[in-house]
Ligand binder design. Structure first.
Ligand code: ZN
Ligand code: ZN
Length: 332
């Protein structure tokens, strides 16, 4: 059983999940898309029996669960980092704090197509993926033990993906992750000083400066952040103040799909389908809206290795200024 342990110095929780070592991977051999045996991919249509029972599927009418005929499918992770049946009670172990590895770990299979990139997917398909994220957060929100739902995507082996079929993941947690609480604390301090939301200010500033923007529509901007940690780091930020991702409406989901597709297309063509991590940061589901925190998406292409200096200091060395990255991405 996994366990959550708290670092008594930083207050950071760590998931200790030894069984995940035994996970299979379909990246054992260099991936040659023409040569892959799709009958072995548990996310391909026809192989639904190879995954745990589905939690959600958008599908054709009359389809039986766990058969083909779906276009988005959500299943529990077969090798979960956390489990819903674990006990979330906190306990002490000498001076330390720990708790059972309580949480949910789900996989969102984004499309029946085994070989397709976000930049090449139909806007409508991407919209359905966004809608599945929303539906799952709204459902998990009903469990009062869950305080945060982190949605993320690892694309490419170097970014930590073990399966090549397009998918994203969700981990529901009994606490707020430290990265989010640090961002919230920073945003709160900015708000207390200026009485404005820092993310609303960033959106206004970036639209006016237009030096780091790589896309914009009615509801969102895509921007290379001023202090990007990584080359071609890209954020997608709602233009209007919005605390919770799951409050997104249909029109906004359409806009988000369009901008995600456009941004990923630019990254993919400029950087030749780079491995990347994507994550959605949002106000914790256990909290009401606040005037200072604003949900957003962070996309981090994995082009450099985080090395000793970065992991030892929390500093990042970024060899590509975000202004240069934006210029390159906007070339086509
Ligand atoms: Zn597949
Ligand atoms: Zn805001």
């Amino acid at each position: 059983m996994p366990e959550l342990r708290k670092d008594p110095i930083m207050g950071r929780w760590v998931i200790v999940a030894s069984e995940r070592e035994t996970r299979p991977t379909d990246f054992k051999f260099p991936t040659d898309p023409t040569n892959e045996d799709l009958s072995k991919c548990p996310f391909c249509p026809g192989n639904e029996q190879q995954t745990p029972h589905e939690i959600l599927a958008y599908h054709q009418p009359g389809r039986h669960p766990n058969t083909k005929g779906w276009w988005v499918r959500v299943v529990p992770n077969k090798y979960p980092a956390l489990r819903i049946e674990s006990d979330p009670a906190r306990r002490g172990e000498g001076m330390y704090d720990c708790m059972g590895g309580f949480g949910a770990h789900e996989v969102i299979v984004e499309t029946p197509e085994h070989n397709i990139l976000w930049g090449d997917m139909e806007e409508k398909s991407l919209r359905d993926v966004i809608w599945a994220y929303r539906d799952r957060v709204l459902e998990l929100k009903k469990d009062p033990r869950i305080r945060y739902v982190l949605i993320f995507k690892n694309h490419g082996r170097a970014a930590g993906a073990t399966m090549s079929h397009p998918h994203s993941q969700l981990i529901a947690l009994p606490m707020v992750p430290i990265r989010v609480s640090q961002e919230m604390a920073g945003a709160k301090a900015y708000y207390d000083y200026k009485e404005r939301c820092v993310f609303c200010d960033i959106a206004r500033e970036e639209i006016a400066a237009a030096k780091r923007l790589i896309g914009q529509n009615q509801h969102f901007i895509a921007v290379e952040p001023y202090a990007s940690r990584f080359p071609f780091e890209t954020w997608i930020v709602p233009v209007q103040h919005s605390c919770h991702f799951e409050a997104i409406n249909e029109k906004e989901a359409d806009s988000l799909a369009a901008l995600l597709k456009q941004s990923l297309k630019k990254l993919s063509s400029q950087l030749h389908n780079p491995p990347f991590n994507m994550t959605i940061h949002s106000t914790p589901i256990s909290e009401h809206g606040s005037p200072h925190y604003h949900w957003h998406i962070e996309i981090m292409p994995k082009l450099t290795h985080v090395a000793g200096f970065e992991s030892g200091s929390g500093f990042y060395i970024n060899p590509t200024p975000p202004e240069t990255a934006a210029q390159l991405l906007n070339r086509h």
